[in-house]
Design a protein around this ligand. Sequence first.
Ligand SMILES: NC(=O)c1ccc[n+]([C@@H]2O[C@H](COP(=O)([O-])OP(=O)(O)OC[C@H]3O[C@@H](n4cnc5c(N)ncnc54)[C@H](O)[C@@H]3O)[C@@H](O)[C@H]2O)c1
Length: 308
Amino acid sequence: VKVLLYQMFNKSFTLPVLPKQKGRVAIVTGGTRGMGYETARHLANLGMHVVLVGNEKEEGAAAVKRIREEGAEGKAEFVFVDLTSMKSVRQFAQQFKERGLPLHILVNNAGTMLVPERQTEDGFELHLGLNYLSHFLLTNLLLDVLKRSGRPGSCARIVNMSSATHYAGVVHMKDLNRRSCYSSHGAYSQSKLALVLFTYHLQEQLTAGGYSVTANAVDPGMVDTALYDNLWSLAQMLKKPVAKVLFRTPAEGASIAIYAAAAPDMEGVGGCYLYNGQKRQSSELSYDSELQADMWKKSCQLVGLQHA
Ligand SMILES: NC(=O)c1ccc[n+]([C@@H]2O[C@H](COP(=O)([O-])OP(=O)(O)OC[C@H]3O[C@@H](n4cnc5c(N)ncnc54)[C@H](O)[C@@H]3O)[C@@H](O)[C@H]2O)c1
């Protein structure tokens, strides 16, 4: 609560003007609306070829049309992927690889919040499956392309969209799906903590392997988007006027993901938790290297990847 209140009264940092980056290829999950859309739009304006991934076809087509009509220097395209289905994630990764494109930026942005207890196609609790496991799998499946695409001085970059709610997150390793005692807040904050643990462990492996790929977790602050649509009706009513005044706009919120994805300042910098354009301490738990390794191993088992 302390962090969320602090964020509410904290102004967004100003994104610096970024250099054009023609020839770079980016994937933005959940790129069809909210912060994902703003991120995709900005990267396309920098000249990148941006693949907007999402599970809403009409929204995807409209997003691409808007980016094109604005005269973006780069290219935007939409690809349907349902991140609640590991089969859909695998199909997308396979198809992307078959195109032979490089991949310089992967923004794992899509997410949902405060959903009543529900399971994905694969039987995962929805926040866990959609916010975290789908991105864990996607990143791992695309890691060889990212490793091939990064160069010293021009690293490939992975950006994981976390949240201040991760500070309240606890990992229930024996019950990641929260079957024994479900709370939507608990499930959401666990998924956002999992993304930070994933970021740190991944960066450690990338550094050890000497790869020109970086991974960072970002925290956009409190942003007025459709993410809050699942609040119960009274909370919705209360949130609306507060959000208008105190929440960030989607473009302001997206600036931290854009910064991590494209700012020259972030060249070669990985393993950070970024808020308002600066490195911040994440939760104490997130630095627990044993927990990071356990979570990695467990995630591999859950999504059917060989444990590295
Ligand atoms: N809004 C905030 O205050 C806030 C704060 C911290 C972190 N975040 C995080 O930012 C990210 C973006 O959220 P937002 O606030 O822009 O909300 P949003 O609801 O506007 O965007 C969510 C995106 O995820 C996509 N998505 C949802 N389910 C999907 C599925 N099954 N398959 C593919 N895509 C799917 C949606 O299509 C949408 O593009 C989320 O990960 C969220 O947890 C938001």
